[in-house]
Design a protein around this ligand. Structure first.
Ligand code: SPV
Ligand code: MN
Length: 635
């Protein structure tokens, strides 16, 4: 059949020209055309533009974002700023909207107690009604991307329709273009699809008007996400957290993992080797700054796919090629690599920062805060309050920067390697002010899975809602786990057990505080924890066995701090940070057990480990007769 047949509705609507039809026909895949036809007919844009991998097409996107005002130029070459909608400090589009993000489920399907779900029919009826005409007077862009390196066993393909050129431009920085990869599909249906619309826009710069009608609905059955009335990347960009949810669903029935992980190349001084580590931390808990540690190399900072490889290791790829990083607290002292990257000329999108005279400012940038400027609340002046009398900061705490990794001086040479990189260790961390030590090595793989499964973290501004509330987040992935949690853990267990060289697993905690609420660690101390873990993976360091896992020896840390940070690490520092807080740890185990009791089919190994840890902690308490045991008390 003539392929054009599949586009008949939009050809009739007269919104696509011959040149663009040709680009679609060249893909030789009627599934793609059917989706485009269906959603263009529904969303009713005034024009459809197909973007291939060509530089001309990609430049078109970049220029359009400026022309439409979705991005504004800043002083430094290549720098632009984008703003997301803001009504007041608790009603805005500056973060992920968990309330209106829902998984569509049919009768009898798994209904997660942790993320929102909605009956499939009901959800589709609702969102399709909202999407009817949502792109009116907008141009709809059709994009093709590759999640992961090209020509790679890891990678998945993604079709994106959007009426936001900011979304498109961000995706050009963050993802690999995949028009040519789609051509290789040979007519197959093996791709995810994402349909996004900012919906009706208001103001200058133009932002989403109807935030009350913001919806992000995930259709696992079709491998498709519909998202409308938003611009913030975590809600709008198909390839970010929307694709992660679909990938977790897919991998759950196969033999690989889709994780909320950075991938870091660790280069210990004087050792002439590189070891790759993954790490999963909840949003805004130091993931990007760990991936960008000085003198190390970055493969990725947010999402990784891991597969068992024929060398006996797990290999991982970054499914992205850019960083959508939190800019708060990025300053010359604490994050020198990021600071350099975002203050020099290169294609960079800032979002929700303050602009004055073409210069971007953000929270914790180490500079004097201007008295006024333009920010996410449009014109900002010092002490500005929202309609509820709440102070509006000069930049949003979840303000971000978007850049390409390959332009950075610390980009790892394997960023685009289709075979990924072998993973020697995995870090799991959370924002925990009073319980876990800065670094802890698991007894074995299964205990490592347990450590990942029991991450707890205090909520941050990366999601809409109250901050500072302690929440569990298995593998820092809970917001995205659309499959039964028990099965997800079982898959992790099986994944490691199949490997000849399973990664060593470490729990990290950069956020431990003293009684006065002061952080016990400097921002760059994480470098020493990472280097210690790397050394452990190579047998360079001994360790101390505690009831909850292995901790470093004081002498090793002292040298690591001296050699890498030029810092004196005292015995007092060590004792404060690495003491075993028995009752706090037991309380944590209880909280975690209570959480998992809400799930069916949690694997037995999980309960066994929890019980074992509980017993060991109780034994320690009765042996020592104290609640906080110094690391010097263990042999
Ligand atoms: C996160 O919140 O984990 C992010 C940013 O990486 S978002 O795109 O909102 O997911
Ligand atoms: Mn993330």
């Amino acid at each position: 059949m003539d392929l054009k047949y599949y586009l008949k509705d939009i050809v009739d609507l007269n919104v696509i020209d011959q040149e663009n039809i040709k680009k679609l026909e060249a893909l030789n895949n009627h599934y793609i055309l059917e989706i485009i036809n269906e959603y263009v007919a529904l969303c009713k844009p005034s024009k459809v533009t197909v973007i291939t991998d060509s530089q001309d097409d990609i430049n078109y996107v970049r220029n359009k974002a400026l022309e439409l005002g979705e991005e504004l130029k800043l002083g430094i070459e290549g720098h632009t700023v984008h703003f997301d909608a803001f009504v007041n400090m608790s009603n805005h589009d500056q973060a992920r909207d968990k309330t209106n993000t829902k998984v569509l489920i049919s009768a009898g399907q798994y209904k997660s107690p942790w993320i929102n779900t909605i009956d499939r029919e009901e959800g589709l009826n609702e969102i399709l009604k909202i999407m009817d005409g949502c792109m009116r007077e907008h141009e709809c862009v059709v994009r093709f991307f590759c999640l992961g390196p090209k020509n790679s066993k890891f990678s998945l393909l993604a079709l994106q329709l959007t009426d936001s050129f900011y979304v498109c431009h961000s995706e050009d920085l963050l993802y690999r273009s995949g028009y040519e990869e789609f051509r290789k599909l040979d007519g197959s249906k093996k791709f995810f699809s994402f349909i996004h619309s900012s919906g009706e826009l208001t103001g200058k710069p133009p932002v989403t008007k109807n935030l009350d009608k913001r919806r992000v609905y995930i259709d696992l059955q079709e491998g498709k996400v519909l998202t409308v009335n938003n611009q913030y990347a975590g809600n709008s960009l198909g390839l970010k957290k929307l694709a992660l949810r679909l990938a977790i669903h897919k991998s759950n029935n196969e033999d690989w993992l889709a994780e909320h992980d950075f991938i870091l190349g660790v280069h210990p001084k004087g050792k002439n080797r590189v070891s790759y580590f993954c790490g999963a931390y909840p949003s805004a808990c130091g993931k990007t700054s760990t991936a960008m540690l000085p003198n190390q190399t970055i493969v990725g900072d947010d999402i990784a796919y891991l597969r068992p490889w024929n060398d006996g290791y797990a290999h991982a790829v970054n499914i992205e090629q850019g960083i959508f990083g939190i800019i708060k607290d990025v300053n010359l002292n604490d994050d020198p690599v990021i600071w350099d990257a975002i203050t020099t000329p290169r294609e960079t999108i800032f979002s929700n920062i303050l602009v004055l005279n073409g210069i971007p400012y953000w929270l914790g940038d180490g500079r004097t805060i201007p008295e006024k400027g333009m920010n996410f609340s449009t014109n900002w002046v010092k002490n500005k309050k929202d309609e509820n009398g709440k102070e509006i900061p000069h930049a949003h705490p979840n303000a971000r920067y978007t850049i390409r990794i390959e332009e950075l001086s610390n980009a790892d040479k394997n960023l685009h390697n289709p075979d990924g990189v072998p993973i020697e260790g995995i870090f799991y961390g959370g924002r925990d002010s009073d319980t876990m030590p800065p670094i802890l090595e698991s007894f074995n793989w299964n205990h490592g899975v347990f450590l990942g499964a029991s991450i707890e973290s205090e909520t941050t501004s990366a999601t809409i809602g109250k901050e500072g509330v302690r929440d569990a987040s298995p593998m820092a992935n809970l917001d995205f786990i659309v499959v039964p949690l028990g099965k997800y853990l079982e898959n992790h267990k099986n994944f490691g057990e199949r490997l000849e060289h399973p990664p060593k697993v470490f729990a990290t905690n950069y956020f431990l505080k003293n009684e006065d609420g002061k952080y016990l660690n400097g921002m760059l101390d994480k470098l020493c924890w990472v280097l210690w873990a790397e050394g452990r993976a190579h047998g360079d360091y001994g360790a101390i066995e505690t009831p909850i896992g292995y901790i470093p020896k004081y002498e090793d840390l002292k040298i690591l701090f001296e050699e890498n940070l030029n810092k004196t690490y005292t015995k007092e520092n060590y004792e404060q940070q690495f003491s075993i807080r028995i009752s706090k740890l037991i309380a944590k185990l209880n909280r975690i057990e209570n959480m998992y009791k809400k799930e069916d089919n949690v694997p037995q190994f999980f309960w066994n480990i929890s019980e074992e840890l509980n017993n060991k902690l109780n034994k320690l308490a009765s042996e020592k007769g104290i609640d906080i045991v110094s690391p010097f008390q263990f042999k």
